[in-house]
Every structure is written in structure tokens, then in C-alpha cells.
Design a protein around this ligand. Structure first.
Ligand SMILES: Cc1cc2nc3c(=O)[nH]c(=O)nc-3n(C[C@H](O)[C@H](O)[C@H](O)COP(=O)(O)OP(=O)(O)OC[C@H]3O[C@@H](n4cnc5c(N)ncnc54)[C@H](O)[C@@H]3O)c2cc1C
Length: 486
């Protein structure tokens, strides 16, 4: 029976990102995908700076960047077309070293993720194959695969299995995890168009039409791609809503049929849900298999990528050292509350677009002096897990500073833990962690001042494991924290 370090079920953006992150460590990986190829049409059209940082780690940003545009933000207008809320996404680089928000075409990303995997000899991809059963013993998981064409069944084994198999996850069913409905359920039509010629009069950002009669969204996507989404009422026939005449009638205020080619039209049920269990022994859930949210914030895929960024280094640590349930259990505890915050906020935005919610989207809305309402992006911390809950810096993402010779922190220490010392710690440290001393680095010194700390440890996924408050505590701080990462 063939044995792998990790089997990944599902080759969407979550599975593709996880495979790349694990491949960088040199593990043997099998990706099992039931379809013949990747889904050729877009679903996700937006991602943020934190996610670009993961793509940077994988090594695809150079080639992928030209397929993206910087997103200017979202405006909400009411049924009279009057602006009621602004969610600006500034065109300046954030602490993560990238712009806050990008637009992209999902097949371009999936192509780049797949292309990069060709660089790793120990990654195998089995398409047209579905996972039908998982059986776990103490040190491995047996996986039953079925070829979807000839129905031939095969058995393989793996030290770890990650179900990135989407909303109707077989893995979730296999580990008997309950999918908890968090309340938002609404059918929306999604229409993707490619303009035949420039239409400068179309908005250059996302517009949410907060109109109870017909809540709708317009997305300014890459190149000549544009998307309109609109809610469908319970009494409407899906067939009628998806007819060309109905759609062109809806698009009348912006486009006529000769202006654009309709690439696809479909209906999705936008939902909010979360799995109560994300792990059973050596089997994990990630991405849509673990959680679903409506797309108003463009964060569903991003959440899946955050999951695997968190999980991959923990699995890598166990493969290189010893299996540790204690470490692996922190995957769900750290990710669960973070993703729930996105689900809650996006559902509130959904209520706002439906014009049934309050104007306050979980306290992130403020009024400017001229009375305009403006919304800020959320950046929730990790839930409880590694590090001490009372440490205020723990669980926040560490900025991607430039270090010596203008090289960025992530490029220099890709996937490695780092110990960063303020200039007040003068001892000669010999540590198994990669070391940075902040002297002469104004950004790092400013960070230490603002975070009231003297030293910090950054995890391989760039989140802060812990911070040390005083120089005199440094030695005991180091002893206590080192064992977690090396
Ligand atoms: C209209 C719309 C707009 C969206 N916009 C955004 C956005 O702008 N930004 C954003 O971040 N998110 C967005 N999302 C959400 C995003 O598309 C999803 O969260 C993301 O695609 C999920 O990726 P995934 O890899 O977890 O799952 P999927 O993409 O669903 O991939 C799962 C894969 O697993 C395979 N599979 C399933 N079962 C098995 C099995 N038993 N064996 C083998 N293979 C199996 C499937 O064939 C599939 O390829 C949007 C969603 C929609 C519907």
C-alpha cells in the first residue's frame, strides 16, 4: 500500500495552497480531486494583504501579480442611489507589505498554484478520483479512493489527511462533524460578463445596492471582467431569473447586450455555517469544508487560506519531530473564533445590503465630520491556543518589515520561526530560532515601543507566539517558549 506524509482531499484554492506550503518542506503529498481539472469559472474575485503574504511564501507573487488589480473599495448606496456607507481600501501598502485589497480571476490563481507544484517531485495529483472512506489507527489514516470513471477502488495510507473538499465535504461526514447553520441563507444570481469595449462610466469599485426590493452587488473585476449579483425572491422562478431576457433587463441601467459577452450565469445559495469539529485524530477540515460565509466581504476563500497557513506548519512540526495532539488541537481553537468574526461581520453586511440591518456593522462603522459613514476592515486575532491569553501581542500578525539589505522578513525567514530582540537585550544569545536584533532598525524599535515589549517570537505563519515584557524576564521567557517551536 502506498504511504504518504499528507493526503489532501480537494484541489480548490484551499487544497492548492496547503499542498504548496507543505511541499516547501519536502514532504510526500498526494492531492485527490474528484473532478478532471479545476473549476474553469470564477467564484472568488477578491483577496487581501494577509493572503498575498501567503502567496509570497509559496513563491507565486511574481507571476500572479500581473493577473491582479488593486481594489479601490466598496460603496453602499440606497434605493435612490445615494451613498449610505463607504468601505475605502487605501492604495497604500499595509504592515503586511502588500496592498489591502486585490481583485483577481480565480482560475488564474488556481493555475499558478498548480504550476508551482510542478517544482516539487514528491507531490502527486490524482484527478477523477474521489475519497469515499477514511479509517484511522494510532499512527496513520487508511484512505479508500474510487476512480470516478472506471470505479476501480484503491487503498492508500497517510500520516495526516486534510479535507479541503468544499461545502459538501466527505471528510466532514467521515469525522462525523456537525455543520452548524449560523443563520444567513439567501439565493443570489451571479452573472459574469466580459466587456467588448471599455465602459468608463461603469464604477471603478464595488457597489452594494442596499435596496430591499432588489439587493444587488456590482464588482469591478480584472481587465474587462465585470460581475453583477442580485438577490432572488422566494416567489421567483430560478429558470425565469436566469433567462437572458430577464438578466439583460436587470442590467439595463448599466449595459446593453451588444456591450458585453455573458461568460456565465448561475444561482448560489449564500450561507453562513461552521463545523463544530475541525479535527479528529489525524484528520482535519479546512476551507469551505469547515466554514461558509456569504461573499459580501470577499473573505470565504481567504478564510480557507488562513486555515491552511495555520495548520501546515503545525503538521510540518509533527512530521519533523513527533506527533503532538496538543499542538494540533490549537488549529481549531485558534482559527474558529477568527473565522466566526468574519462570518458575523459579513452576515451583518448582508443584512445591510438587504436594507434590513442596522447601519452599524459590528461596531466597525464611524461617521466622518461631513456625516458620511465609513467602515474599517476587520483584523481579528487568533483564538486561544499557543501562547498566553493575557499576552496582548500574542495572536496578532507580525508586520513584514524590511530587514538588512532591504530584504523583507518573510523572504529571509520563509516558514521559519524568528526570535526578535529589542536593542535593550544585549546578551549574546545562541538560540535554535532564527535571530533578529532590532538595533539600527527604526521599524522594529517602533514596534517594540508600541507593543510594550522587549522581545517577541514570531511563528512560521507570521503570527506572534508571545512577547517578553521586561529585560530581566528574558531568560525564563526564552526557556518557556522555545520548546513550542523547536
Ligand atoms: C459568488 C461567490 C463569490 C465569492 N467571492 C469570494 C471572494 O471574492 N473572495 C473570497 O475569499 N471568497 C469568495 N467566495 C468564496 C470562495 O469561492 C470559496 O470559499 C472557495 O472557493 C472555497 O475553496 P475550497 O478550496 O475550500 O473549496 P472548493 O473550491 O469548493 O474546492 C473543493 C474541491 O474538493 C473537491 N472534492 C469534493 N469532494 C471530494 C471528494 N470526496 N474526493 C475528492 N475531491 C473532492 C471538489 O471537486 C473541489 O474541487 C465566493 C463564493 C461565491 C459562491
Amino acid at each position: 500500500m502506498k504511504k504518504y506524509d499528507v493526503v489532501i482531499i480537494g484541489f480548490g484554492p484551499t487544497g492548492g495552497t496547503l499542498a504548496n506550503l507543505l511541499a516547501l518542506h519536502g514532504f510526500s503529498i498526494l492531492i485527490v480531486e474528484k473532478e478532471k481539472s479545476f473549476y474553469p469559472l470564477p467564484r472568488a474575485v477578491h483577496f487581501d494583504d494577509e493572503i498575498m503574504r501567503v502567496f509570497q511564501t509559496i513563491g507565486i507573487t511574481d507571476k500572479f501579480l500581473k493577473h491582479t488589480i488593486i481594489n479601490k473599495g466598496t460603496k453602499f448606496v440606497n434605493s435612490k442611489n445615494k451613498e449610505v456607507l463607504d468601505w475605502p481600501r487605501p492604495r497604500s501598502v499595509t504592515e503586511n507589505g502588500w496592498y489591502p485589497s486585490y481583485r483577481f480571476h480565480q482560475p488564474d490563481l488556481e493555475r499558478k498554484l498548480r504550476g508551482r507544484l510542478k517544482d516539487f517531485k514528491k507531490v502527486k495529483i490524482m484527478q477523477n478520483t474521489k475519497v469515499v472512506n477514511l479509517k484511522e489507527d494510532k499512527s496513520s489514516v487508511k484512505i479508500i479512493l474510487e476512480n470516478v470513471n472506471n470505479k476501480i477502488v484503491k487503498e492508500i495510507s497517510s500520516k495526516y489527511v486534510v479535507g479541503c473538499d468544499g461545502a459538501n465535504s466527505t471528510t466532514r461526514e467521515q469525522i462525523k462533524a456537525k455543520f452548524q447553520n449560523l443563520g444567513f441563507t439567501q439565493k443570489w444570481a451571479v452573472v459574469d460578463l466580459i466587456l467588448k469595449k471599455d465602459k468608463k462610466e461603469l464604477p471603478d469599485r464595488t457597489i452594494q445596492y442596499s435596496n430591499p426590493k432588489r439587493p444587488a452587488t456590482y464588482c469591478r473585476n480584472v481587465g474587462k471582467r465585470r460581475r453583477w449579483e442580485f438577490a432572488i425572491h422566494d416567489n421567483e422562478s430560478e429558470k425565469k431569473v436566469l433567462s437572458n431576457s430577464y438578466i439583460w433587463n436587470f442590467l439595463k441601467p448599466w449595459l446593453k447586450p451588444s456591450d458585453a459577452f455573458m461568460e456565465r450565469k448561475t444561482i448560489y445559495t449564500f450561507q453562513s455555517a461552521i463545523s463544530k469539529k475541525w479535527k479528529k485524530g489525524r484528520v482535519f477540515l479546512a476551507g469551505d469544508a469547515a466554514h461558509l460565509m456569504p461573499p459580501f466581504m470577499g473573505q470565504g476563500m481567504c478564510a480557507g487560506i488562513r486555515d491552511v497557513s495555520n495548520l501546515s506548519w503545525k503538521i510540518a512540526h509533527c512530521l519533523k519531530n513527533n506527533h503532538s495532539d496538543k499542538l494540533l488541537n490549537t488549529y481549531q481553537s485558534e482559527r474558529y473564533s477568527n473565522v466566526k468574526e468574519y462570518i458575523k461581520t459579513t452576515a451583518k453586511m448582508g443584512e445591510f445590503v438587504n436594507a434590513v440591518g442596522t447601519s452599524n456593522i459590528t461596531g466597525k462603522v464611524s461617521s466622518t465630520p461631513d456625516g458620511q459613514k465609513s467602515m474599517k476592515s476587520i483584523k481579528p486575532k487568533l483564538g486561544k491556543g499557543l501562547g498566553k491569553a493575557q499576552d496582548k501581542n500574542r495572536g496578532k500578525i507580525f508586520p513584514q518589515f524590511k530587514i538588512r539589505n532591504g530584504k523583507s522578513l518573510d523572504d529571509k525567514f520563509s516558514l521559519k520561526p524568528i526570535l526578535i530582540l529589542s536593542k535593550e537585550i544585549k546578551e549574546n544569545i545562541s538560540s535554535k530560532l532564527n535571530l533578529i536584533q532590532s538595533k539600527n532598525n527604526k521599524d522594529l524599535e517602533k514596534f517594540f515601543k508600541n507593543s510594550a515589549s522587549k522581545a517577541i517570537i514570531v511563528r512560521p505563519d507570521r503570527f506572534i507566539l508571545s512577547s517578553c515584557k521586561s529585560v530581566k524576564d528574558f531568560k525564563s521567557y526564552l526557556n518557556k517558549n522555545l520548546s513550542i517551536l523547536v
